[in-house]
Write a protein that binds this ligand. Structure first.
Ligand code: ADP
Ligand code: MG
Length: 153
């Protein structure tokens, strides 16, 4: 299946997409969030987690220093930020495989552990526009089809 191309005109559009993705993803899905600093990766992850928790006020601390924050939700979600990952082998120690077998993994800075991430994954790549962001979601065809359906609702 073709990649999904979206224009996110403002922060609200990024949040809305995070909410749609929370309806589309299921246990075993890995969503890599790619893009420069300030691109919107954490905004998307926060909206995803709040929607999955059905709690608009859910605290979503940045996993920059802990590298992972886990949430026991309808589907368990682990939010990784690999910016400070020193070595790919550390991903094992963070419990990535267990997190993926139980639930959904959201991964910021996936570039730091590409070799260790599952081949069957989704990648959402942000780029800055003058106004807003361009987003390309590519990867696993079956998961992309689920996302297409949730975007159409
Ligand atoms: P990252 O985690 O990629 O470093 P953040 O999500 O922390 O980025 O920050 C993104 C910044 O851009 C926030 O200030 C947010 O309000 C803003 N933002 C998010 N989505 C959009 C968008 N589609 N258009 C414009 N600004 C956005
Ligand atoms: Mg971030």
């Amino acid at each position: 299946m073709q990649a999904i191309e979206l224009i996110l005109k403002d922060e609200a559009a990024t949040i809305e997409l995070g909410e749609d993705l929370a309806l589309a993803l299921k246990a075993g899905d890995c969503l890599a969030l790619s893009g420069d600093l300030g691109a919107g990766k954490s905004t998307l992850a926060r909206a995803f987690l709040r929607a999955m928790a059905d709690d608009e006020a859910l605290e979503v601390p940045s996993p920059t220093f802990t590298l992972v924050q886990s949430y026991d939700l309808r589907i368990p979600v682990s939010h990784f930020d690999l910016y400070r990952l020193a070595d790919v082998s550390e991903l094992d120690e963070l419990g990535f495989d267990e997190a993926l077998s139980d639930g959904i993994c959201l991964v910021e800075w996936p570039e730091n552990a590409l070799a260790a991430l599952p081949k069957t994954r989704l990648t959402a790549s942000f780029s800055h526009l003058d106004d807003g962001r361009q987003l390309t979601i590519s990867g696993d065809a079956a998961a992309l089809a689920r996302i297409e359906r949730s975007l159409a609702i």
